[in-house]
Design a protein around this ligand. Structure first.
Ligand code: FMN
Length: 431
């Protein structure tokens, strides 16, 4: 079942965010066990064995990222939870922060112990209110109960955790931009190498992981890698939190076993499409993942490998369902407005490319499109690909090329008839 709470095993109640209830559910036993029985390297080995892939967008293997940091090498190490959650369509980290903040705190403690990190940060999106209050409250409770601070649970391990509020820039969710922002500078991404695990925050080895990735660590250490792998597929172990918005009857956040059939998830768990209409398209993992057609998702499983096979990605787990009758030209216009607005402007291809694509689609929507506009859009999209410091420029190009590849006829119609095939109508993307 897709909607079942599997790995998180965390039914939401009025008090599920509190330490008392978290403890009553067995919370903080994983860190107590780890401090008693495990060496830091064993935690990392367990996470490598579990095959956990990052839940923030790139799906990079979490344990492998940690292996670059060498505990006890004589320099400070830092751990940062990425709670910026700026990718349009994505609101699953928010679910953890609001309902299960101690799951994240415990996951961070385990990770900090594995990495020999004395200081940890949660970089949280500035617009978040309740999530901020809940995670700040959880950190306060954890300090009061001595799960944070000096010599945790009577061990030699000490750890401080600071919650830092961002100022609302999408690009500051990119790991190196996040670090710049945390250091008090503009949230500009920077070129790699050196990797952040070699030279990150304050020029020291730093691991940046997504909130959901870190929350998963708690279950992996509590129940073991084999239990984690018992769910999901060989190449995509575990579950994913999927935030669902758009034209479905039951939008929301679902924990889905990886490998679950996509169409069944939409029909059974999300209550099907509004008004019983056909699925025209699905944005599978935030708008930076390439759009799929209804026909494509009918045959797909919800797993990393299935998405890679069709040249897309599960990305940040932000799924937007688009019903038949929606104008894809308008949809691309909205996406490009976002990228144009959020480009930090450091790299010429992104600074100009996002604006250029946005203006072209603006004029197509306004009925002033030119026959050469489609090829020009492709040209700019390609020109952005791989030529920028961070992935924002690439993502804008993917969004444009992805929609053009599959819905080119709508753009041609719009240019020829000077209006949308759907009379400019885009259904409210309810969430
Ligand atoms: C423009 C941009 C925005 C990003 N925003 C986020 C974000 O809000 N949250 C997040 O976890 N990762 C975001 N990422 C991905 C991070 O750079 C990084 O890969 C991720 O936090 C690593 O965590 P993970 O390995 O656990 O997935 C973004 C990347 C780009 C290029």
């Amino acid at each position: 079942m897709a909607g079942r709470q599997l790995l998180m095993n965390f039914p939401v109640t009025a008090n599920s965010h509190t330490l008392a209830e978290y403890r009553a559910r067995g919370g903080y036993t994983a860190i107590a066990k780890a401090l008693r029985e495990m060496k830091p390297q064993q935690i990392t080995q367990e996470v490598v064995a579990a095959g956990l892939q990052g839940r923030g967008g790139a799906s990079f293997p979490t344990g492998r990222k940690w292996q670059v940091v060498v505990p006890g090498d004589g320099q400070p190490h830092y751990l940062i939870a990425n709670a910026d959650e700026g990718e349009p369509g994505t609101f699953k980290d928010r679910w953890i922060l609001e309902n299960a903040p101690h799951l994240l705190v415990e996951g961070m403690l385990l990770t900090a112990y594995a990495l020999d990190a004395r200081h940890c940060f949660i970089y949280i999106r500035g617009e978040f209110d309740l999530p901020y209050r809940r995670i700040a409250g959880a950190v306060e409770e954890a300090y009061a109960a001595r799960w944070l601070g000096e010599q945790i649970a009577g061990s030699g391990f000490s750890c401080d955790l600071i919650v830092y509020r961002g100022a609302g820039a999408y690009v500051a969710g990119e790991a190196s931009g996040l670090i710049s922002s945390l250091e008090g500078k503009k949230g500009y991404p920077r070129n790699r190498p050196p990797r952040l695990t070699v030279r990150g925050l304050y020029q020291r080895p730093t691991v940046v992981n997504n909130v959901e990735s870190l929350a998963n660590v708690t279950g992996i250490i509590r129940d073991g890698a084999a239990a984690f792998r018992a769910v999901g597929t060989e190449k995509s172990p575990g579950t994913r939190l999927i935030s669902v918005s758009g034209h479905v009857n039951r939008p929301g956040v679902y924990e889905v076993e990886l490998g679950f059939p996509w169409r069944r998830f939409i029909d059974e768990d999300c209550g099907g499409v509004l008004g019983g209409r056909a699925i025209k398209a699905v944005v599978p993992g935030g708008i930076s993942s390439k759009v799929l057609t209804g026909a494509e998702i009918a045959l797909l499983a919800l797993s990393h490998e299935a998405l890679w096979d069709v040249n897309s990605t599960l990305g940040s787990g932000g799924m937007i369902v688009i019903a038949e009758g929606t104008c894809m030209v308008h949809l691309l216009q909205i996406m490009l407005r976002f990228y144009h607005h959020e480009s930090c402007g450091q790299c010429t291809p992104c600074r100009h490319g996002t604006g250029w694509m946005h203006r072209i689609v603006d004029r197509i929507v306004a009925g002033e499109g030119r026959p050469e506009d489609i090829e020009r859009l492709y040209y700019v999209a390609k020109y952005n690909d791989g030529t920028t410091i961070c992935g924002l420029g690439d993502a804008a190009g993917f969004a444009a090329a992805g929609i053009l590849d599959k819905f080119r006829d709508e753009f041609e119609y719009c240019i020829e008839h000077k209006r949308s095939r759907y009379e400019g109508r885009i259904e409210c993307l309810r969430s």
